[in-house]
Write a protein that binds this ligand. Structure first.
Ligand code: GLU
Length: 491
């Protein structure tokens, strides 16, 4: 890449399922790198696997990328799914004519050939290679056929041919200066003549990817480490077509906490699941950025702007990263607690609505409630259980309170609590502590005989929420009503 060339990067998802957190990390690095250099971020859809690609999966992935705020400049429009930008079409399924043209060029240049080997013949070759201790590479008798002869044969052959790329006859090394892994040397005989176009006419990933990366004028390609072995094939295609190679960065592998490759077995791996569990996009981005990259200032909690300002490829780390959910929760809690309360309430509202909570609309009350509750929240969904006892109509004396209700002093505690409530006005946390002390002295109860009945009178059960935080957030009339219901439940 020359100095005056503008940075162009792409994220190239295959729409065969949800957006994996690993994919989101790649997209995030693309985004940060493009933003850092005033470059262009392209979203290209790799949907040549027609059986597994679906429009639904594409929409889902786009939605998740949009939720993360990783906006792209070119590619498919997030709303209309139509092409935006001058290098379209951006869906590989619509670029078949382009791949056909380059396949034709490679056939004519003798860098590729029609191969009529049957599956059976290929298997026999592979088995023999295995027996001889050689790599299972195909040795096609058709590689030196002239194009004319192959086209003639194609007319009458029962076998629908594939088009194979002809790898160099004389062994040589391909050198890749990877932005993450440094110099990687690939001997050309690591791969045999590989399929470019399948017998059904569909091009394969390596072929489409190399052509698109070149035609879309991408300067940098970031992708998962598992694609490193594909890069040799792509480099051969670049060479044969005379395209300039972009710079590659193969990102470190993401492991689960047991140090095995992150998979469903480890729990949530899709961005959408984290979204639904109440993680914030800014926290996801922050956490994902640190899986394979570190800030020069060793900063852990960062906004998108801070990450953009600091992002550089020389701090990409080649060693594998562990997806540590405890850390993700900490990052999330830190971002969540720093939000303005009005914003935090707005984000919690859908969770409350889903539960049908009836909570005060007063913004001072909400502000106050969040000041008290947010330190107990790691995710938005944690808000549900914290706020449940504050919802009007949520109170019921639970079965779990049965034991407490049968204790001898419980009734006395309820009665005293009700009379103290009647005498009080606005109850602060301090008032509540004083009221509790008064009950302790006057009813001569302590420990669980004191705390559990009070909790039952406030939330209907002997365990759970911190009553001293809840009481100051509740109306006196509501508290009395609840305590009365608890008292009525005593036999
Ligand atoms: N479609 C490929 C994938 O989802 C992208 C590979 C690449 O970035 O080159 O893994």
């Amino acid at each position: 890449m020359s100095n005056d060339q503008k940075v162009r990067v792409r994220f190239a998802p295959s729409p065969t399922g949800y957006l994996h957190v690993g994919g989101a990390r790649t997209a995030l690095y693309d985004y940060l790198f493009a933003k850092r250099h005033g470059g262009t971020f392209v979203l290209r859809v790799e949907d040549t696997d027609v059986e597994r690609s679906t429009e639904e999966a594409l929409k889902m992935q786009i939605q998740d990328l949009a939720w993360l705020g990783l906006e792209w400049d070119e590619g498919v429009d997030p709303v209309t799914l139509k092409d935006i930008g001058p290098h379209g079409p951006y869906r590989q399924s619509e670029r078949k004519h382009i791949y056909d043209k380059y396949a034709q060029a490679l056939l004519e240049k003798k860098n590729a050939y029609y191969c009529f080997l049957s599956d059976e013949e290929i298997n026999t070759q592979r088995e023999q290679a295995k027996k001889d201790g050689r790599p299972p590479q195909v040795n096609s008798p058709y590689k030196d056929w002239s194009l004319e002869k192959a086209l003639e044969h194609k007319k009458t052959s029962d076998i629908k041919p594939v088009i194979r790329f002809k790898t160099p006859e004389v062994k040589k090394d391909y050198l890749l200066n990877d932005l993450v892994r440094g110099e990687v040397k690939f001997p050309s005989d690591m791969v045999g003549d590989f399929v470019m176009i399948r017998s059904n006419g569909m091009p394969v990933y390596n072929f489409c990817c190399a052509i698109d990366d070149a035609l879309m004028k991408l300067t940098h390609v970031f992708r998962a480490e598992e694609h490193l072995s594909n890069t040799l094939r792509q480099m051969m295609i670049y060479e044969a077509l005379g395209f300039d190679l972009p710079l590659f960065g193969h990102l470190s592998i993401i492991l689960g906490e047991d140090r095995q490759k992150l998979s469903k077995r480890h729990g949530a791996t899709s961005v959408n699941e984290y979204k639904e569990r109440g993680f914030l996009p800014e926290a996801m981005n922050n956490f994902l950025a640190l899986l394979g990259w570190s800030s020069p200032e060793a900063q852990e909690i960062m906004s998108m702007d801070e990450m953009t300002a600091q992002f550089s490829t020389d701090r990409l780390n080649s060693s594998s990263a562990v997806f540590d959910e405890t850390k993700l929760k900490w990052v999330n809690a830190t971002h969540l607690r720093a939000l303005p309360h009005s914003k935090l309430w707005e984000l919690l509202q859908p969770y409350f609505d889903k539960e049908g909570f009836d909570l005060p609309k007063d913004s001072d009350w909400q502000d106050n409630a969040l000041s008290l509750m947010k330190t107990s929240m790691e995710t938005l969904s944690d808000g549900v259980e914290l706020f449940r006892p504050l919802s009007k109509g949520s109170f019921a004396v639970s079965e779990k309170a049965k034991d407490v209700l049968s204790w001898e002093p419980t009734k006395k505690v309820f009665e005293k609590w009700i009379s103290l409530l009647n005498e009080s006005d606005k109850i602060t946390e301090e008032d509540f502590m004083n009221m509790q002390n008064t009950i302790k002295k006057e009813c001569e109860v302590k420990g669980k005989n004191l705390f559990m009945p009070i909790r039952v009178a406030v939330i209907g059960q002997p365990h759970g929420a911190e009553v001293k935080l809840l009481v100051p957030l509740m109306e006196k009339s509501e508290l009395i009503e609840r305590a009365q219901a608890a008292l009525n439940s005593c036999s």
